[in-house]
Design a protein around this ligand. Structure first.
Ligand code: ZN
Ligand code: ZN
Length: 389
């Protein structure tokens, strides 16, 4: 394949939160070969002049459910696997068109989905998958039920044998489940066993948790990423720091579910929980942001609510600066995924996952909340997904 040169680019460096003008990015064999001055030259290259527009790394959503193509779990289970796969492929393509070139699946997607994308059968983001979510009896989620250390270790070994990138445990109740939101899932011995088992495979445990109590026990016992975490407090912040853990809020899901036109049949009890965690979630994010702990970009949407995946940018802008939100959705996502240097920044050797933005997202993060209009070019692995230049 001929090299591609994106010339005259204003390159966004999400680590520094800065723009670097007059750059040329040379792409060869799907990777960034060089970030040079504006006059980079290669005889046989395809050259695209960006005329000073902002070029940024592709986005990373650190909490998706790529296979939950319907909000109705009973309906999902009734689908033929062939039909389900077709729906998943459409979902993934839509994520890519919103600028997400890497996603971390937090329950549902498996090696088959990741392989279909890798082989180009599905056009979609790179998919980092776990296995089924692991919950205790009576716990929350569309899950594999495990009780006791032996069952946990067995389930995790099975997932690791299938190439899982992480394991997800539900260590507290949730909004949609009948389990109370402040109820705790798994004992200390069970969580420690899961963390140990994942570590044997050089992988890690992600924990679904809401309250500070649930979050704190998970952090103390080695859970590396906290999903949701809407009800954390100052005691949690200290533990995030001590254990170098990551916080992955998922505000979009609560706001999307609470919209009047949301296609769901939540019980009155679930709706009350929803409103509570939605409002607390913004305050929790503000607390985490002020404390400077590492925050990932997550959305946690199901079915048609996936259309709100980019709304998370807007929601976070109530309490965070654009540069910090951009860092969450790029380099911090790469750190969470263990892919630093491969995705999330424009550096030599990284996958050529790139976006051209019509405007400056460091000034107006709302641009990323409106990808159809604002993203002029989307590239994944050196291939054009969208190009209106
Ligand atoms: Zn969850
Ligand atoms: Zn989730």
């Amino acid at each position: 394949m001929n090299p591609i040169i994106l010339r005259n680019a204003t390159v966004l460096d999400p680590r520094a939160g800065e723009l670097i003008p007059d750059r040329s990015v040379v792409i060869r064999n799907g990777r960034i070969e060089e970030v040079a001055d504006a006059k980079a030259h290669a005889g046989d290259a395809t050259v695209i002049d960006l005329r000073g527009r902002v070029l940024m790394p592709g986005l990373i959503d650190s909490h998706v459910h790529a296979t939950q193509a319907s909000s109705d779990f009973a309906e999902l289970r009734s689908w033929s696997p062939y039909y389900a796969a077709a729906r998943v492929s459409r979902l993934l393509r839509e994520m890519l068109l919103r600028g997400f070139t890497t996603v971390r699946d937090m329950g549902g997607a498996d090696h088959g989905v990741a392989r279909a994308v890798e082989e180009g059968l599905f056009e979609g983001p790179r998919v980092l998958y776990g296995g089924p979510i692991i919950a205790p009896t009576g716990g929350h989620g569309l899950t594999e039920i495990c009780d006791g250390e032996t069952e946990l270790r067995r389930a995790i070994r099975r997932q690791m044998a299938l190439g899982a990138h992480h394991v997800k445990l539900t260590v507290s109740g949730g909004v949609i489940s009948s389990m109370r939101i402040d109820a705790l899932g798994f004992s200390e011995a069970e969580i420690r066993a899961a963390v140990d088992e994942a570590a044997l495979a050089h992988r890690y445990v992600a924990g679904h948790a809401y309250t500070a109590e649930a979050v704190n026990r998970a952090l103390r016992w080695g859970v590396r990423t906290i999903e949701h975490g809407n009800l954390i407090d100052g005691s949690s912040i200290e533990l995030f720091r001590q254990h170098e853990a990551f916080y992955v809020p998922t505000l979009a899901s609560f706001f999307a579910l609470a919209r009047e036109d949301a296609p769901h049949a939540l019980s009155a009890e679930s709706l009350a929980k929803l409103h509570h965690v939605r409002d607390a979630g913004i305050q929790a994010l503000a607390l985490a942001d002020r404390a400077g702990i590492r925050i990932g970009y997550g959305t946690d949407l199901h079915g048609p609510l996936h259309a709100h995946q980019s709304m998370e940018f807007q929601l976070r802008s109530q309490v965070q600066k654009p540069a910090d939100i951009l860092r969450s959705a790029t380099v911090t996502g790469a750190e969470i995924a263990g892919l630093v240097g491969s995705v999330g920044e424009i550096v030599p050797g990284a996958h050529a996952d790139l976006l051209v933005v019509d405007g400056n997202p460091l000034e107006d993060i709302g641009l990323l909340a409106d990808p159809e209009r604002s993203l002029l070019l989307i590239m994944k692995g050196g291939g054009f997904v969208k190009n209106t230049l």
